[in-house]
Design a protein around this ligand. Structure first.
Ligand code: AMP
Length: 418
């Protein structure tokens, strides 16, 4: 029988590596909850329409979606991103605005797997509904920035653009189409045929031909209406005021179509440039209404966990936090002693593990050392009879001593506390 393996483009994370994931999530929760965001949990799959409404003409929705018919004949899709689900949940539950939500979870895209690009990948993110204020754009961009800093990352670049709104986007779009018509012979095969449908996608195309055309294309930031111009000035001015460095990225449009006004991405400069986007986001002031809800402005970001961890590796930060347990119970007595002692330790809040199956002394102490515990509690047949337990430090001087069984939990707590 052939060996079973995880699907292409996915991976397993085992301890101690998974402890870094836990640490990353804890840091994220601390940063965003400290700014008033509450956790939202939405399903991993949705009605296909939820995603079709957010990006019918994007690669993410057209080519990369895991969609299928379920056993009840419903057309569903594994989520390729979380924003669409959170918008759907907002419309369904109508929480009081401004509504500030954060999430963590996996997404699915049928992409060509490579380093930093997976078919199931994980994101942490935030969304805010019901505030159009440019100061909120500053808050959102700053929270992403603070999160990277809190992880110890120093080589992250924040790139910012504005995509305008319903007033200034249509005339800009027309200008862009006019420019692309003149240069259509220089576009990649895909965009030569399709640029009229969604000209902004050309600006996001990674093929060298389109990149060259995009470099000279008209820029939305140079064609903003007064309101969008003022919004952009306030948002970027806020970053300056907070001392957060940013660069203007005039061709930054992002992979989905719903963005308006402020659009941004974080690049991990320690990573290979092909896969260095560690997160991105922007405003989507029309999206809630487009998805059938009341007209409500929104903004958010999504940050890629795998890429962030790669950046942490490259910058030598976020080591796996220390071992899981403080105490390891070594059992030479058999019977009930180890079971009961371990349960008492845990009930007293001491992180404790134990050996099973009556293994040899050598094997048990090997496991005890590997557990990272500071103390071993050794339960031998003589001790059990004498009503004592041996306490043995697993670091430094390993001399052990006997402690009365009924005092050992308190003694361990005292030793660990000091
Ligand atoms: P996006 O909304 O597509 O820009 O995704 C936001 C972030 O998620 C990106 O900046 C990446 O860090 C990460 N990301 C997107 N797609 C993938 C993928 N296929 N594998 C790993 N990370 C991804």
């Amino acid at each position: 029988m052939s060996e079973l393996r995880h699907p292409i483009g996915t991976f397993d994370v085992l301890a101690p590596d998974s402890r870094r994931w836990e640490a990353l999530l804890a840091v994220f929760a601390r940063v965003v909850e400290g700014a008033g965001y509450g956790l939202v949990i939405t399903p991993t799959f949705e009605d296909l329409q939820v995603f079709q409404r957010v990006g019918a003409s994007t690669d993410i929705v057209r080519k990369e979606m895991y969609d299928f018919e379920d056993k009840g004949g419903r057309r569903v899709a594994l989520r390729p991103e979380v924003t669409a689900s959170v918008v759907r949940a907002f419309i369904q539950h109508r929480p009081t605005t401004p509504w500030k939500a954060w999430y963590a979870g996996s997404n699915f895209r049928y992409e060509s797997p490579q380093a930093g690009r997976y078919r199931e990948f994980h994101q942490v993110g935030i969304e805010v509904f019901g505030a159009a204020d440019a100061d909120l754009d500053v808050e959102v961009m700053a929270l992403g920035w603070e999160f990277y800093r809190a992880l110890g990352l120093r080589r992250v670049e924040l790139m910012v653009n504005s995509l305008g709104d319903a007033t200034c986007r249509p005339p800009y779009r027309a200008l862009l189409i006019e420019y692309l018509e003149a240069r259509s012979g220089d576009l990649c095969d895909e965009h030569r045929d399709r640029f009229r449908e969604n000209p902004l996608r050309v600006l996001d195309c990674k093929r060298p031909t389109c990149k060259a055309v995009a470099a000279d294309a008209p820029k939305q930031v140079e064609h903003l209406c007064d309101a969008c111009g003022a919004h952009f000035a306030r948002a970027t001015g806020g970053l300056d005021a907070l001392g957060i460095p940013w660069t203007l990225a005039t061709n930054l449009v992002r992979g989905l179509d719903y963005y308006t006004r402020t659009t941004f991405e974080y690049a991990g400069l320690a990573l290979d440039s092909a896969q260095n986007a560690v997160g991105g986001g922007g405003r989507y002031d029309a999206l809630v209404e487009e998805m059938g809800g009341p007209s409500t402005p929104g903004i958010g970001f999504a940050l890629g966990v795998e890429r962030i961890l790669m950046a942490c590796d490259a910058e030598g930060t976020l080591a796996a936090p220390d071992a899981a347990v403080d105490v390891f119970v070594v059992d030479f007595a058999g019977g009930d002693a180890a079971r009961d002692l371990t349960a008492q330790l845990r009930a007293a809040g001491v992180r404790a593990d134990r050996s099973f199956d009556g293994r040899s002394a050598k094997a048990q102490f090997k496991v005890a050392d590997r557990s990272g515990a500071r103390l071993a509690l050794v339960v031998g047949p003589d001790d059990a009879a004498a009503g004592t337990v041996m306490i043995r430090p697993l670091t430094g001087d390993r001399t052990q001593w006997a402690t009365p069984r009924d005092q050992v939990v308190a003694e361990v707590a005292r030793l660990l506390g000091s």
